[in-house]
Design a protein around this ligand. Structure first.
Ligand code: AMP
Ligand code: TRP
Length: 343
């Protein structure tokens, strides 16, 4: 059985949005609206797998929605909503908790990183996080998921969950007339430059909300001066840029800045190096700051304008949730029937 193409992606409303979130995710959501049926979620239930101050969570939910809108997501075309308004996410996640195995979760690098040395003290929700993510995606029978490189492993687990559900219940799926496979085997969409934006201070660490150094990341709310300053102070080496990509081997910081430039300027890494090969960072950094400011400053301004009208943002989320619920409730009626829940 083939599934109608549908895109789903989500971002957690926790902490400030940075250039990695923008290039790895948000910006790529926009053109997909032209070609696919799209569902974009603010995953507030994922955010509380680690402690969130309630006021901050509410504010970040509105901010992330404002960023979606400012980047060009259109609530008339795409479904835009926050996860907690559609309770079916929690319900399907529970069923997936009974499908997925402890060993699958234990292997997740994000779990290992976030639970750290004290896994005993981590929340049960943090451990089961990928199961909720699988529920997000499969509730809508999404076939394509645009995310940054760091989410690849979670998407593989989503495929494993779909496959195991399809296998475990194959007899009932067929008997009840749902065809051969109930859930699609979702394809990740991870390609192009800057799928893994690195810290400006250390080219071996990804740019992340949780890095204690503010100078390691460019925020979507940074003003032009701050963006330029962070780029000026980014760690680099003393060599000029190479003329070809192979010359970036072993130069993680230089490679990162070149990838960011290419992504922002909408050109390839090869063409970036054709333009800047042989030039030093004294020339390249101001050029990078210019393309970064040109993209981010107007985005931040549009975000601020949306945030001046929080009730409109809430109305957009409520409308999106109502549309999401229609799809989610149909899936759950069928899942309950397949699993054998009476009612
Ligand atoms: P999160 O903030 O962890 O919910 O991530 C939201 C989205 O941003 C996901 O699709 C991530 O893959 C993406 N993302 C986060 N950090 C980076 C990064 N440093 N480079 C590229 N994509 C990223
Ligand atoms: N785990 C993702 C992240 O941290 C966020 C997320 C939750 C997500 N549910 C999703 C991404 C479904 C894509 C699809 O970035």
């Amino acid at each position: 059985m083939s599934f109608a193409p549908r895109v789903f992606s989500g971002i957690q409303p926790s902490g400030d949005l940075h250039l990695g979130n923008y290039l790895g995710a948000i910006r790529r959501f926009v053109p997909l609206q032209e070609t696919h049926d799209c569902v974009y979620c603010v995953v507030d239930m994922h955010a509380i797998t680690v402690w969130q101050n309630p006021e901050d969570l509410a504010r970040s939910t509105l901010e992330l929605t404002a960023a979606y809108l400012a980047a060009g997501l259109d609530p008339k075309r795409a479904i835009i909503f926050n996860q907690s308004q559609v309770v079916e996410h929690a319900e399907l996640a529970w069923i997936f908790n009974c499908i997925a195995r402890m060993g699958w979760m234990q292997r997740m690098t994000q779990w290992k990183e976030k639970s750290g040395k004290n896994a005993e003290a981590a929340s049960l929700g943090l451990f089961a996080y990928p199961s909720l993510m699988a529920a997000d995606i499969l509730l809508y029978k999404a076939t394509h998921v645009p995310v940054g490189e760091d989410q690849k492993q979670h998407l593989e687990l989503t495929r494993d969950v779909a496959q195991k559900f399809n296998n475990d219940f194959s007899e009932w799926i067929a008997k009840k007339g749902y065809g051969e496979n109930f859930f699609p085997i979702t394809e990740p969409m991870i390609s192009g430059p800057a799928m893994r934006v690195m810290s400006l201070k250390d080219g071996t660490k990804k740019m992340s909300k949780s890095d204690p150094a503010d100078t390691s990341r460019i925020l979507l709310t940074d003003d032009a001066d701050t963006i330029a300053k962070k780029i000026r102070r980014a760690t680099t080496d003393p060599e000029p840029l190479p003329s070809e990509p192979k010359g970036l081997a072993g130069r993680a910081e230089a490679a990162n800045l070149v990838e960011i430039y290419a992504a922002l300027a909408g050109i390839s890494v090869e063409d970036t190096l054709k333009a800047f090969g042989g030039k030093g960072f004294g020339v390249f950094k101001p050029a990078l700051a210019e393309v970064a400011v040109a993209e981010i400053a107007p985005l931040a301004e549009r975000m601020r304008r949306y945030l001046d009208a929080p009730d409109e943002i809430r109305a957009i989320l409520a409308d999106g949730a109502a549309r999401a619920r229609v799809i989610a409730q149909k899936t759950m009626r069928e899942v309950r029937d397949i699993v054998g829940f009476v009612g």
